[in-house]
Design a protein around this ligand. Structure first.
Ligand code: GTP
Ligand code: MG
Length: 370
């Protein structure tokens, strides 16, 4: 909150300093014209003059998880939907992602490099769509428990020859908690014993009711292995994104979430980031989780070097001092020194937290032995 001198407050209230000093005296505070007033006194004085104090939003920049950002509505532009594929083990999530990518990305485009990146973008009807290959449910759960919401649309993959399984239910719960639209992909339609009606019936229990049964949930019957139903699925994703109108402001410093990260022998810490708002640029200074750095190089999902990454774009970056964790938030600071000091403070906090955890563990161990 701001601090003002008596004189400055008087000016703002269009009063004489002596009037303010008088009021302060009545409140038991002796003050001079150049005296600094704290927020409480300012509020009291304003109350005396029947002026409402606009509450200033105080943003603690070290708390990058909970920072709030406001963009002017006129600065917002359409951005690609971020789609997460979820579902039970072996129901075909990875095959589906591969199949989408193969249909949409020709080998020439990829430059022959098979780059592993946990996220990629394809284009359907001139609209880009970002897909996230959340490696297993653990990462997704950790992202969600830390409040990192990255998904706009969830694709629930259910094998037509199997049915609703424990991780199917878990995926539904995740998507519902995140309040994102769910599209059901009934996969493995090519298999003998495929029974899509049974899947639809089982999912009714979870309020995922297909149009065939009078509901509104989109079901796409498909075979990831045969590449059947992929186009329809993509069309449905475009349809849903058009209804939801996902937007972001490309003209601001970027922030977003770490999708995955690792230590590369040659390149050092490497992180796949999803830019959620703003544009990330090479040589930007950023805080990422409990580390920080400067973007040295950026590579897109096709393995090509890029200089900028717009909202909803996944990129792999190098230049961090340490390896962050999946689900960590990142935030660009225009001031490099600021990024460094916040990053160092967060790293220090982490070291202390780790140390006290170790201390606790060893105490527990001691008691165990008694
Ligand atoms: P996890 O990552 O372990 O959770 O599994 P997943 O959901 O990614 O399944 P994955 O794509 O690895 O597929 C599991 C198996 O099902 C593989 O042997 C695939 O070839 C097979 N499979 C996937 N989609 C289809 C399909 O449409 N038809 C048939 N017949 N087999 C499929
Ligand atoms: Mg898989």
């Amino acid at each position: 909150a701001g601090s003002l001198t008596v004189g400055e407050l008087a000016q703002k209230l269009n009063k004489d300093s002596s009037e303010i000093i008088k009021k302060l005296m009545m409140l038991g505070v002796m003050a001079t014209k150049n005296q600094d007033l704290d927020a409480d006194s300012i509020e009291l004085i304003c109350g005396e003059f029947n002026v409402e104090v606009e509450e200033e939003v105080i943003v603690d920049e070290t708390d990058i998880e909970n920072m709030t950002f406001d963009d002017n509505p006129e600065d917002l532009q359409e951005r690609p939907a971020v789609v997460t594929i979820m579902g039970h083990v072996d129901h075909g999530k990875t095959t589906l992602l591969d199949s989408i990518r193969n249909t949409k990305v020709t080998e020439g485009e990829a430059g022959g490099i098979t780059q592993h990146i946990g996220a990629y973008q394809v284009e359907e009807n001139d609209k880009k769509i970002t897909f996230l290959d959340t490696p297993g449910h653990a990462a997704f759960t950790s992202m969600r428990s830390r409040g990192a919401q990255v998904t706009d649309i969830a694709i629930l993959v259910v094998a037509a020859d199997d049915g609703v399984m424990p991780q199917t239910r878990e995926a539904i719960n995740h998507a519902k908690a995140a309040e994102v639209p769910i599209i059901v992909a009934v996969n493995k339609m090519d298999k003998e014993g495929a029974n899509p009606d049974r899947i639809m019936q089982e999912l009714m229990e979870y309020e995922l009711i297909s149009e065939d049964f009078g509901g509104e949930t989109i079901f796409v019957k498909m075979s990831a292995v045969k590449g059947e139903g992929i186009d329809e699925l993509l069309e449905m994703i475009v349809l849903v994104s058009e209804m939801e109108e996902f937007k972001a402001n490309p003209d601001r410093p970027a922030y977003g979430t770490v999708i995955e990260a690792e230590l590369d022998k040659g390149r050092g810490p490497v992180a796949t980031l999803l830019v959620q708002n703003g544009t990330l640029k090479v040589s930007d200074s950023l805080v990422v989780g409990n580390t920080y750095g400067r973007v040295r190089a950026m590579v897109n999902d096709l393995g090509r070097r890029v200089k900028t990454a717009a909202p909803s774009t996944p990129v792999e970056i190098t230049g961090l001092n340490n390896v962050p964790q999946a689900g960590d938030r990142f935030l660009v600071f225009e001031d490099e020194k600021k990024a460094r000091s916040i990053g160092e403070a967060r790293a220090q906090k982490q070291i202390e937290a780790d140390r006290s955890a170790t201390a606790r563990v060893s105490l527990d161990d001691l008691f165990d032995q008694i």
